[in-house]
Structure formats: structure tokens, C-alpha cells
Design a protein around this ligand. Structure first.
Ligand SMILES: [Zn+2]
Length: 157
């Protein structure tokens, strides 16, 4: 278990399309554990592998008070429903938050850490996290969804 270094803008790894995971071996299991530690150490709701410098299609999500970690291996969003405006931030874009449009509900298909296929439908914060983390795997950041630069705010200390 280890806390990994966070990669932030303008690190180019955040802009790469991450590679599919072909085998969930012991090195991937260790990476998942380290990503969970790193997400918790940074009080994040989710973390994608490119954020810790590894260009693989892997993300973890832990909705506060849900009591469970969702591990997404090779996730794909298969359905988006509705639309809403919300505030979003990212550990790789420190010091800022912005107002963007996201879906109300999102359905994702992925493998879990045991390699089992699953589908998950999320609403509210889970829908937001599923879209945010899956975006990371395609080199997309929430700031790319901001259409008006005035909707990007600096966090005041
Ligand atoms: Zn992020």
C-alpha cells in the first residue's frame, strides 16, 4: 500500500488516451490498492490511473458514506440520461472548480478487480464521478466541458 504522486496540469499524461488492461494480474491488484490509498489521502471521490502517471484504463470511486469502493477496469459509458448543471473540481487541476453540464444518470459497463463484467447505473454524485473518471481515460478533463471561461473559478483560501 502506498500513496502515489498526483500528476497535475500541464502534465501530458493527462491528455493521453489510456490503454486497455488485458490481464488483471498482481501488479494491477497492487495498483488498485495504491490508487484507493491515494484517493483517500487526497479526500477524492474518484481517481483515474493517468492521474498518478499510469496510462491504463483503470479508475476507482468512493462516494462518501457509501462504505464501498467501486473499481472500474476498462469502463465504458453505455447510456446517459438527462442533463444538469453542477460544480466540479479535479485533483489534477488544483486550485480551481467550475460549472459544467453533466448527465442526471449514467450507466457504465466495466470489469471489476476480479475481472468480472458488470453494469452499474449511477445518479447524482455517482453519475458525475463515473463520467469524470471515464473522461480521464480519454484524456478529457472537466475544464474541457466549460463553454464559458467565466464559469471556471479559483478556490479562495
Ligand atoms: Zn479528475
Amino acid at each position: 500500500m502506498a500513496i502515489l504522486q498526483m500528476h497535475t496540469l500541464p502534465d501530458s499524461i493527462l491528455r493521453q488516451k489510456a490503454k486497455k488492461i488485458t490481464a488483471i494480474d498482481s501488479s494491477i491488484q497492487k495498483l488498485i490498492d495504491d490508487m484507493i490509498d491515494t484517493m483517500r489521502a487526497n479526500s477524492g471521490v474518484g481517481l483515474a490511473a493517468p492521474q498518478i502517471g499510469i496510462s491504463l484504463r483503470l479508475a476507482v470511486i468512493e462516494i462518501p458514506e457509501s462504505g464501498k469502493v467501486i473499481t472500474l477496469v476498462n469502463p465504458e459509458i453505455v447510456k446517459r440520461q438527462g442533463e444538469r448543471i453542477l460544480e466540479e473540481a479535479c485533483l489534477s487541476v488544483p486550485g480551481y472548480y467550475g460549472e459544467i453540464k453533466r448527465a442526471e444518470a449514467v450507466t457504465v459497463k466495466a470489469r471489476d478487480r476480479n475481472g468480472k463484467n458488470f453494469r452499474l447505473k449511477g445518479r447524482n454524485l455517482l453519475a458525475q464521478a463515473l463520467e469524470h473518471e471515464t473522461d480521464h481515460l480519454d484524456g478529457i478533463l472537466y475544464i474541457d466541458h466549460i463553454d464559458n471561461p467565466e464559469k471556471l473559478y479559483k478556490v479562495s483560501e
